[in-house]
Design a protein around this ligand. Structure first.
Ligand SMILES: O=C[C@H](O)[C@@H](O)[C@H](O)CC(=O)O
Length: 271
């Protein structure tokens, strides 16, 4: 199995708190992006003290209360399934702060981390503040919810976006990359994909590859899997009959999303 593909590994870390994924610089090739996917039973709480990292707490499903012991946001979250395709609520917590997430209902959250030195205010990122895009045409149409885009100054290095791709379509396509710290032409952003499928037994194909093919991994990605993108192009293909969801976390030395399309496939955009 590719080293870039992470299967869910559910571990109960405290009563009602199950850690499903944990990606860190210690267990991955990533230095900027880290994540946790956590399932919370009603009434269960997850607490964390942040060092020099910022965190975007995304209420993937269910309702949660979030506090940093100064601000408290109650009953956040908008959906029971990501495939309701409506934006959800998130909370941004900056470096050197403590936060707690308490489940009001059964909930799944993704904790998105990246480096942060300059402490910023804790913020609720309301569902209605997500900017929504219908991106692509022909068979590369997808729906994009920008949760924490580079145009939102709330964070120091973190970018968070979720993408819905219908049956028979491609996304992150034509293939693009952002693995060179070469602005204004391209930014260097590591990336992770947290995937869900509808129906759940589905899979997508995702390829992660570099121009010189020193990295070239093609994976069958299933419901709940995480894919790491340390570098390279990273297109996703969705089989007929299934819907794909993924949430992307990106971070690097500069908080700008400036990608570079693979020249061989850029003609796709000219149709
Ligand atoms: O670089 C960003 C990620 O690859 C996705 O968010 C991608 O841009 C989504 C898409 O355009 O299909």
């Amino acid at each position: 199995m590719s080293k870039l593909l992470r299967k869910p590994n559910r571990v109960e870390t405290s009563p009602g708190v199950n850690l499903v994924h944990e990606v860190t610089s210690e267990n991955s090739p990533l230095e900027y992006v880290a994540l946790k996917v956590v399932d919370l039973a009603p009434g269960a709480s997850y607490r964390e003290n942040l060092g020099k990292a910022e965190c975007c707490i995304v209420a993937l499903t269910g309702k949660i209360n979030v506090t940093d012991n100064v601000e408290t946001f109650e009953n956040i979250g908008t959906r029971e399934s990501v495939f309701e395709k409506k934006p959800t609520d998130s909370v941004y917590v900056s470096n050197d702060r403590t936060f707690a997430v308490e489940a009001v209902t059964a909930a799944r959250v993704i904790l998105c981390y990246s480096p942060s030195e300059k402490q910023l205010p804790t913020r609720l990122i309301k569902a209605e503040d997500n900017s929504i895009e219908q991106r692509g045409k022909y068979n590369n149409k997808r729906l994009v919810h920008n949760i924490l885009a580079d145009s939102n100054p709330s964070a120091n290095s973190l970018l968070v976006v979720e993408v819905f791709t219908e049956s028979g379509n491609w996304s992150s396509y034509p293939p693009h990359k952002h693995d060179q710290d070469n602005l204004p032409h391209e930014s260097f952003l590591e990336e992770t994909y947290y995937h869900e499928m509808n129906p759940k037994q589905g899979f997508v194909f995702q390829r992660v590859y570099t121009d010189d093919r020193s990295l070239d991994e093609t994976m069958a990605v299933e419901n709940g899997d995480v894919v790491l993108v340390p570098a390279g192009y990273h297109p996703v293909a969705v089989p007929d009959g299934y819907e794909s969801y993924y949430l992307n976390i990106m971070a690097g030395p500069t908080r700008i999303w400036k990608f570079h399309n693979e020249p061989a496939h850029e003609w796709i955009l000219e149709r």
